[in-house]
Design a protein around this ligand. Structure first.
Ligand code: DOR
Length: 445
């Protein structure tokens, strides 16, 4: 395998920035030092003026394979991910058939081994009836068990209180939850539908999927985790009210953690008139005050991880009336540039972006040997230019669905190069579809 020498990059890692050189050899970070320019390497990159980050580890994506591949697939969406500086992802079970047992999981691992450009792992889905599969899961291979405590895309709802209790009691690995109370949402939907007749506007999405539905479900998850001492990660928080359920502080000491997603950090209910169903997602984008509270919770470490919840749907599906349009947004290609734009806007420091999007997913999931720029670690790296503005447009995205919720936005940062296990899989313009580079994630548990 080729060696690469990156000279003069500003390395953002573990709470600091330092201009230095990085030598990559045999897929690993061989050396990090102030002066490596005399080392020999197959390829030398002068990274003066650029920043080098650990590749983002996205703990929540929907790549739609098997069964929903008209919306996206492992090859197309992992290519978009590396173009966005994401080097590892953990993929969700609401595909067709759903990933509810080891057979389906193994098929996904096999497909990814053939087609993925980024490193990968897959969640086992929970149902009302698969507790035995959950108990038997291999903690070193499966990133987590996904529990839909509220219905979303697909039909993976766990709504039997006894089944939920058993899952929280017996699950041997991290439980990742989607928290929204379906009963409350159904009641809201009925009330709002009556009010508007057949034609409910998209602005009603956060009224139907409201703060109280999120809070009721998240507080139930946290209560169950406290009761059983479970390892709980509540996905995509969207409301200020839920934040009180979580504690600030160092991730290392926590068993109950929270995630925020990039679209909830960017959009607010003020964007519905312009963006419409393109920002319809579950949980819903809520008030600006909620978005600002989520940003603050990232800063003060109540929220531990930033991910995408990349969930592509076709534009033709999105163009249906609000109540029929599916929820979910394609995000992996622009998530990191968007977070770097928030850095430019003074919302987050660069160190905070790296902590939440790169280090903390590795710590939270106990990912072996990734998530940091350290000697001996896998060379999953991303070189970014913080001052190369790009205008985001539907026409240039790599997603199979061919559109982006950020169309029209200007982001000041660009991804220049992405390395997966030392292999340059994106050169700033093109994804070099090298499916030999990607590896299955392993977990030190
Ligand atoms: O908006 C969403 N879309 N939220 C989810 O939980 C699922 C996702 C999807 O799979 O489309």
């Amino acid at each position: 395998m080729k060696s690469t020498l990156i000279l003069n990059a500003c390395v953002v890692n573990e709470g600091e920035q330092r201009t230095c050189d990085v030598l990559i050899k045999d897929g690993r970070i061989e050396a990090i030092a102030n002066d490596l320019k005399h080392e020999t390497a197959d390829r030398v990159i002068d990274a003066t003026g650029l920043h080098l980050l650990p590749g983002m580890i996205d703990d929540q994506v929907h790549f739609r394979e098997p069964g929903l591949t008209h919306k996206g697939d492992i090859a197309s969406e992992s290519a978009a991910a590396v173009a966005g500086g994401i080097t590892s992802y953990m993929e969700m079970p609401n595909v067709s058939p759903p990933t509810l047992n080891m057979d389906e999981l193994e098929k996904k691992f096999a497909r990814a081994a053939e087609r993925s450009v980024a490193n990968y792992s897959f969640y086992l889905g929970a149902s009302n009836h698969n507790i035995d599969e959950i108990r038997a899961v291999d903690p070193t291979r499966v990133c987590g068990v996904k529990v839909f405590m509220g219905a979303s895309t697909g039909n993976l709802l766990v709504d039997d209180p006894e089944a939920l209790d058993l899952i929280f009691r017996d699950c041997p690995i991290l439980i990742a939850t989607h928290c929204e109370d379906s009963g409350m949402i159904d009641a809201n939907a009925e009330r709002i539908s009556e009010q508007y007749g057949g034609d409910v506007p998209v602005e009603m999405h956060p009224v139907i999927r409201d703060v109280e539905a999120c809070y009721a479900s998240s507080s139930m998850a946290v209560a169950l985790a406290k009761k059983h001492g479970s390892n709980l990660h509540v996905l995509h928080l969207t409301t200020e009210k839920e934040l009180a359920l979580f504690t600030a502080g160092d991730l290392a000491g926590k068993r109950i953690t929270a995630e925020a997603c990039v679209h909830h950090l960017w959009f607010s209910d003020r964007d519905y008139p312009e963006r419409g169903n393109r920002i319809k997602c579950n949980p819903a984008v809520k008030a600006q005050s909620d978005r600002d509270a989520i940003r603050e919770a990232v800063r003060n470490d109540v929220i531990d991880v930033i991910a995408t919840d990349h969930a592509p749907h076709l534009l033709s599906e999105k163009e249906q009336p609000f109540m029929q349009a599916p929820a979910g947004l394609p995000l992996v290609e622009h998530a990191l540039p968007m977070l770097l734009e928030l850095y430019h806007q003074g919302v987050f420091t660069l160190e905070k972006v790296v902590q939440k999007a790169c280090h903390n997913p590795a710590i939270r999931y106990q990912v072996a040997n990734r998530g940091f720029i350290r000697e001996g670690y896998a060379a999953d790296l991303v070189l970014v230019d913080l001052n190369a503005e790009q205008q985001i447009q539907d026409g240039s995205v790599r997603y199979k669905c061919g559109w982006t919720p950020f169309a029209g936005e200007r982001f000041r940062a660009r991804i220049c190069q992405t390395f997966v296990n030392g292999v340059a899989v994106f050169d700033g313009t093109q994804v070099i579809a090298n499916t030999d580079a990607a590896q299955e994630l392993r977990f030190e548990r």
